[in-house]
Design a protein around this ligand. Structure first.
Ligand code: 8BR
Ligand code: GLC
Length: 485
């Protein structure tokens, strides 16, 4: 299909979801929210920071590739790597020193809602969904103020022994502190001088320094958990994220196994009283392979219906599931990376016993759905196009405050690069005898084992920001799907 035919389909998809979205009764969202301190890197910023540091030590750190941030050297090394490659990265820090150093030396431009669950619940509430029930285990007073003021956004609390749903600003615990992450956004084309070296940033992207204070726990208050079944009639689906924060061992003697099992209990209680409920997990970058494997094998596999992730995360997932070669080929810049991505998606769908897996990349999405997925492929494709429209609107204007704001994404043209990429996958699938080129160009392919949906997206030339777009894509496609069930 040509770009102009896709444009027409985009308009149809937007109209279609606009009229079906009110079918969704409600969505439950947990666990992670934090405050994002956002800094946009401008010309001269890096050179200024480097003035305070020993260049040779920074270079050594670039070679050793720090996996956690303890010092300004670790920070500069990971920032220079991310900028040089134009790649997104998220690196944890366990001390508050780096926060203080950044506050003194870099100064943030603005503070925003951060964390996948925080970003997603604000987006869905702003999309005028009937009810968004968000649960954050460490909701502090300051954090609560970052939730949009909207009547459809509520948080469970126990008041005088009664289970109630109230706005997050009425549900916080005054004893809790806030988790602050640093988001360093860098623009495409920025020239960076590093000693004798010079490079130009190839793609706008961001580095996240994720603070991991010791009190962070991915678990649910027992009393609230015992009332989860009260929500059964009020929700069609749940979006869960934040599992990357699970640690191998805790100071109180518990281990990741306790937290994994609590997470599974929550999922099972949500499903028990309403078997039609759908569970989506938003995957992310997880440095620790034991935790990454536990999330996939013990939480996602056989408990969860839907998984959302980007291409690097697909490679990471394949890697811990024993498909190292395929993982490598997904992130290689080779001609056939998109073919490997598709093969990887198929493997993840079947091995993790999912109903759908939605992969977003710059320029196209691939979604593989099981044959018993309750949404027909034609409708499912509309959900993906709708989510690309959400992404384009967010990249272009930086915010979505009402459902109608999503329509701004329609003005962004379909990516020619994306169309060229997916054509490579089409040729491969035709060669394999999976479908004809015409069928592929229609965007959905049915096979006896699964259905495949592939679409080009709308890419904003100079995005206002990139943080949270992946969350917006996955969440909006998932709720659009709920609206079509
Ligand atoms: P993650 O944050 O999970 O990596 O997801 C980011 C997603 O945002 C990408 O997969 C891509 O689809 C989308 N995106 C980015 Br990055 N820049 C964009 C842009 N300029 N226009 C539209 N979508 C974009
Ligand atoms: C991760 C980060 C958070 C950021 C979010 C955006 O959850 O920890 O800081 O807001 O990703 O996707």
């Amino acid at each position: 299909m040509e770009a102009d035919e896709w444009e027409e389909r985009y308009i149809k998809a937007y109209d279609s979801i606009n009229s079906s979205i009110s079918n969704v009764k409600g969505v439950f969202v947990a666990y992670n929210s934090n405050i994002d301190a956002i800094k946009h890197i401008r010309a001269g910023d890096i050179e200024r920071l480097l003035k305070y540091l020993d260049l040779e030590k920074v270079q050594e750190k670039i070679y050793s590739y720090p996996r956690q941030i303890d010092t300004p050297y670790d920070f500069l090394a990971r920032l220079l790597i991310a900028m040089r490659d134009g790649k997104a990265a998220e690196v944890p820090t366990y001390s508050t020193d780096i926060h203080e150093w950044l506050t003194d030396n870099l100064v943030f431009d603005k503070a925003r809602m951060g964390g996948q669950a925080g970003i997603i619940s604000n987006l869905l509430a702003s999309m005028d969904l009937k009810q968004v029930i968000v649960y954050i285990p460490w909701l502090s007073r300051e954090q609560a103020e970052y939730f949009v003021e909207s009547e459809n956004l509520v948080h469970p609390v126990i008041h005088d022994g009664n289970f109630e749903l109230v706005h997050p600003t009425k549900a916080y615990n005054p004893n809790y502190k806030s988790k602050v992450n640093w988001i360093i956004e860098f623009p495409k084309g920025l020239e960076v001088k590093f000693g004798e070296d010079k490079f130009v940033v190839p793609r706008a992207n961001r580095l996240i320094i994720s603070s991991r204070p010791p009190w962070i726990r991915i678990d649910m208050n027992d009393e609230i958990q015992s009332h989860l079944t009260d929500l059964c009639g009020q929700i069609d689906g749940a979006i869960l994220s934040g599992y990357q924060m699970i640690k191998e061992e805790y100071e109180d003697g518990t281990t990741y196994k306790d937290h994994v099992s609590n997470s599974v209990d929550v999922i099972e209680s949500l499903k028990n009283c309403n078997p039609a409920v759908r569970i989506h997990v938003e995957f992310t970058s997880i440095q620790n392979k034991i935790i990454r494997s536990a999330i996939l094998n013990d939480i996602v596999k056989s408990h969860v219906h839907s998984l959302g992730l980007d291409t690097v995360e697909v490679a990471n997932a394949l890697n811990v599931l024993g498909h190292e070669e395929l993982a490598y080929s997904v992130i290689s810049k080779g001609e056939n990376a998109i073919v490997s991505l598709y093969e990887g998606a198929v493997r993840l769908l079947h091995e993790l016993e999912l109903e759908r897996i939605h992969i977003h990349s710059l320029g196209y999405y691939i979604c593989v759905a099981s044959t018993d997925c309750p949404v027909v492929p034609e409708d499912h494709l509309e959900c993906l196009l709708f989510s690309a429209c959400v992404a384009a609107s967010k990249a272009k204007r930086g915010f979505i405050r009402h459902f109608n704001d999503i329509a701004h994404g329609l003005d962004v043209p379909v990516s020619q690069k994306g169309l060229d990429e997916i054509e490579k996958l089409g040729i491969y699938l035709v060669r394999q005898g999976v479908c004809s080129l015409d069928e592929f160009r229609d965007g959905f392919i049915s096979t006896p084992h699964h259905n495949v949906l592939v679409n080009p997206t709308k890419v904003v030339e100079n995005p206002i920001g990139t943080v949270g777009i992946g969350d917006a894509i996955s969440a909006s496609a998932f709720v659009a799907m709920l609206s079509k069930m």
